[in-house]
Design a protein around this ligand. Structure first.
Ligand code: MTE
Length: 326
């Protein structure tokens, strides 16, 4: 994600750290696919022992994985190796660059409670393990297309968001669901950067949220979700740019009016509410026609709705006058 400048009430641009600007320039170059090879991704050759750090953490849901694969969801190309996807992450709570995997291990994922509130029959909180026990877990292979023009194919484990919505019992006046990430600047130093509108939040219409493709992720690569992917609970909405797929969720709030989400608050000209993938609608600063495959480094054509048009195009048929692709 790239930020041109902080909002008017924030720090003057000159006060933003030079490191993040430097990294942003690197992301632009990478996003444009200029000379990047998978083997030269950040994090490689640094000796970081992510695997060791992960292995040290006991996860009470470990025995549940691997879960059965739902073959109705195919990636269309090979699954991207875990050693790439687990070291190339966007998780601004832990830094505005891709090598946050080790920093994210500081996140305590138990106990972890999820709040369900807003326009619901009865608001409540539920522990993550209790929630997972109630939900039908399966594995789905999804493509993931970041707005920065890179992509990967990942075997997520989890359950349909529609199941959680059902469980939450929203009122008929609820039209949107807003999801929020944890807030703990001591653990996640990125949250000390006060010019960002923390906590990270995202929203979907209830029609989108109950579409079969909208998936709550609790695991990946046949194991509980590693922290850098946004454990213990993240969203995967693969027809939208990756920033909609919010990580480490602690709250689902049902509302009647369209919410403004994290990146939209920062720069609504560049990042909108809908964020549906479309190769023909460029980002104001780069083309969205192609994407760099994280596994091969090759640039491949981007597909409308990231190739999921059959499943989701009808969600938008009646919507007029909206910027559906930003
Ligand atoms: N969720 C939170 N809480 N914080 C973030 O910075 N980044 C988003 C999304 N969810 C982000 C987030 C972006 S821009 C992308 S592309 C994906 O997470 C990246 O997911 P990955 O690290 O699993 O590839």
């Amino acid at each position: 994600m790239l930020i041109k400048k902080p909002r008017s009430w924030e720090l003057p641009e000159s006060a933003v750290t030079s490191e993040s600007r430097y990294r942003n320039r690197r992301e632009i170059v990478k996003g444009l696919g200029l000379g990047i090879a998978a083997a030269s991704l950040p994090g490689f050759g640094t000796g970081l022992s992510v695997g060791q750090a992960l292995a040290a953490v006991a996860d009470p849901t470990a025995h549940l994985y691997p879960v059965d694969r739902n073959n109705g969801f195919e990636g269309g190309r090979d699954i991207t190796p875990e050693k790439l996807t687990s070291r190339y992450n966007n998780f601004y709570e832990f830094g505005s660059h891709k090598e946050i995997a080790l920093a994210a291990q500081k996140l305590e994922i138990r106990p972890w409670t999820i709040e369900i509130d807003g326009l619901v029959e009865k608001k409540f909180t539920i522990g993550i393990d209790e929630l997972i026990k109630k939900m039908p877990l399966e594995e789905r292979i999804y493509r993931h297309r970041c707005v920065e023009a890179w992509s990967m194919v990942v075997p997520w484990s989890g359950f349909p968001l529609a199941e959680l919505i059902d469980f939450a019992e929203p009122l008929s006046s609820a039209k949107y669901v807003v999801m929020e990430t944890f807030m703990d600047p001591e653990v996640a130093p990125g949250q000390k950067q006060f010019w960002y509108p923390w906590p990270y939040s995202e929203g979907l219409t209830l029609k989108e949220a109950t579409n079969d493709l909208a998936f709550m992720v609790t695991g990946v690569y046949g194991k509980p979700l590693a922290k850098q992917f946004g454990s213990p609970l993240r969203l995967a909405v693969p027809w939208k740019y990756g920033y909609k797929s919010i990580k480490s969720i602690v709250r689902f709030k049902f509302v009647s009016r369209r919410p403004k989400s994290f990146w939209e608050e920062i720069n609504q000209r560049e990042y909108g509410f809908w964020a549906n993938v479309n190769p023909e609608v460029d980002h104001p600063r780069w083309s969205q026609a192609r994407e760099r495959d994280l596994a091969t480094g090759r640039k491949i054509p981007t597909l409308l709705f990231n190739g999921y048009g059959d499943e989701v195009a009808d969600l938008y048929e009646d919507i007029k006058g909206e910027k559906l692709y930003r």
